[in-house]
Write a protein that binds this ligand. Sequence first.
Ligand SMILES: NC(=O)c1ccc[n+]([C@@H]2O[C@H](COP(=O)([O-])OP(=O)(O)OC[C@H]3O[C@@H](n4cnc5c(N)ncnc54)[C@H](OP(=O)(O)O)[C@@H]3O)[C@@H](O)[C@H]2O)c1
Length: 252
Amino acid sequence: MKTALITGATSGIGYEFAKQLADRGFGLIVVGRRVERLQELKESLSVPVDVIKADLNNQQECFGLLDQVADKDIDVFINNAGFGLCGKFVETDVNREVSMVQVNDIAMHILFKGILQQMNKAGKGQILNVASSAGILPAGPYMATYYASKAYVVSLTRAVDVELKESGSGVKVSALCPGPVDTEFNDTADVVFALKGISARQCVSEALKGMDRAKTIIVPSLRMKLAMAFQAIVPMPILVKLTARQQKKKMD
Ligand SMILES: NC(=O)c1ccc[n+]([C@@H]2O[C@H](COP(=O)([O-])OP(=O)(O)OC[C@H]3O[C@@H](n4cnc5c(N)ncnc54)[C@H](OP(=O)(O)O)[C@@H]3O)[C@@H](O)[C@H]2O)c1
C-alpha cells in the first residue's frame, strides 16, 4: 500500500487531500495541532491512518516530525499547513506574522528538504507544496506578508524542480496555487473573500490531476487559470494596484 504524509489535515484543503488520497487507496500519516479532529478523520476512513500531533510554529517539532517518519516509505507528501493574515503592514501584529513565516516558509522548507532527501534516497516520490495564487502575483498590499510567504514557496519549488530534473531524480515536486477556497482560512486570516471561493473538493481533485500529469505549477479552476494568464501580461505597477483593490475588499 502506498503512503501519503499530509500536514494541516485537520481542516480545509489538507482534510480533503486525506479523503481523496484514501479513496485512491493510500495509507495516511496526518499531522496537525487539533489531534481530536485527526482522530475523527482516522475513524471516518477505511485505510490505515497514523496521527501525529505537531505544532509547526516550533522548529524543534518540525525536526521531530521528520524523525517520526524517518523509517516510513512515503510516496506522496502534501506540504500544506499554513495560514494568512490581513491588514495594513504598519498595523498588523508582528508576532502573528513571524509565526506565519515560520509555518508557511520555515516549516514548509524544513519538511520539504527532509522528505525530499528521504524520497531521493528511495529514488521515487512526489511532493506538493501548497502555495497560493498569491505566490504567483508580484505583491499583495493589505496581505503583504502572506503574499511574500507564498512567493517563497513558489520560487523554492520552481528552482528545486529544475535541479531534480537536471539530476535525473525520480522525485517530482509541484506547487499548488489556488485562488480563494472555502475552508477555515478566512476565519484565521480575519477576512471575507472578494471573489467566490471554489470548494476544497474541487481544489484537491484538480491538484491530484495536476500531480498525475507531473505539472510544476498547478492552478485549480478555469477562472484562476485565466486570471494568472492575464496577470502575466499586465505591467507590474498596475497589477499591484489592482491586487491592492481586491485585497481591500476583504477587509470590509
Ligand atoms: N483557503 C484558501 O483560500 C487558500 C488559497 C490558497 C492557498 N491556501 C493555502 O492552503 C493551505 C491550507 O489552508 P486551508 O485553506 O485549508 O485553511 P484551514 O482550513 O485553516 O487549514 C489550515 C491547516 O493548517 C494547519 N496549521 C496551521 N497552523 C499550524 C501549526 N502551527 N502547526 C501545525 N499545523 C498548522 C491547521 O491545523 P491545526 O490548526 O489543527 O494545527 C489546518 O489543518 C495553507 O497553506 C493556505 O495558505 C488556502
